[in-house]
Design a protein around this ligand. Structure first.
Ligand code: SAM
Length: 221
């Protein structure tokens, strides 16, 4: 559940840094539940290394922590220092965080800068890809592929209709058109899509296999 403080901090951070935040309100508990569904589905593996990209003030992080097992690890990557500070404050009061904190790592920086020697089994991603340019999207998905173990599963979301709307807005249309060939390649790695209406705004949540992503440098213009 988003607290008033967390929501306030997220909204003010989103207004001052909209390109990187990409939304005004934190993800709802229904969308957070769907984004973390691989953690409840992957029953056979003994322990999972989990990567969260773009936690903001923690609306999805708290659900990840709830579903973590006692031998899982969580690596949290956030670009915005203000969000990271609030996130750490929010988590101090969270009983699931207290249970797992020795296995949680915070990385303040860009997803693109995570050490590629690390490997993850589950990637939960909330980055606003439609706000980025083509090279940024390619480098982030390329990095996620490098960071993935052979059977890794990833989830991420996109606001329903935003891609179509962006093509109508003069200030966004050229950039979003340039993204289309990249998204067509990403589509090949997708394994599922779920619509969540109870979110501000409604989202499509995608599941994908990052190791099925192409080598973007070699395949997309
Ligand atoms: C749409 S918000 C999601 C926040 C929260 N997870 C939620 O779902 O409510 C996107 C988050 O990604 C972070 N972000 C944007 N670009 C990033 C990057 N390259 N690496 C890591 N985090 C990034 C933003 O600072 C922001 O916290």
């Amino acid at each position: 559940m988003n607290t008033v403080k967390e929501t306030f901090e997220f909204v003010s951070g989103a207004i001052t840094s909209f390109r990187d935040t990409g939304s005004i309100f934190p993800t709802s508990k229904w969308a957070a539940k769907e984004l973390t569904s691989p953690l409840r589905a992957v029953a056979s593996q003994s322990s999972r290394n989990i990567l969260e990209l773009g936690p903001g003030t923690g609306s999805v992080t708290v659900r990840i922590l709830k579903d973590m097992r006692d031998d899982d690890t969580l690596f949290i990557c956030e670009l915005n220092p203000k969000f990271m500070k609030v996130l750490k404050e929010v988590l101090e009061d969270n009983k699931d965080y207290q249970r797992h904190k020795d296995r949680v790592t915070f990385f303040l920086g860009a997803a693109q800068d995570i050490d590629s020697n690390l490997k993850f089994d589950v990637v939960v991603c909330a980055l606003p890809f439609l706000n980025f340019d083509k090279e940024t999207v390619k480098s982030i998905f390329g990095k996620i592929r490098d960071l993935s173990s052979p059977n890794a599963v990833m989830t991420y979301y996109e606001y329903i209709g935003l891609r179509r709307l962006s093509k109508l807005l003069p200030e966004r249309q050229e950039r979003v058109r340039e993204l289309e060939p990249v998204f067509r390649h990403i589509d090949l790695a997708k394994t599922g899509k779920k619509r969540i209406w109870l979110n501000m705004l409604p989202v499509n949540i995608y599941t994908m296999l990052p190791t099925a992503l192409p080598d973007f440098e070699a395949t997309t213009p």
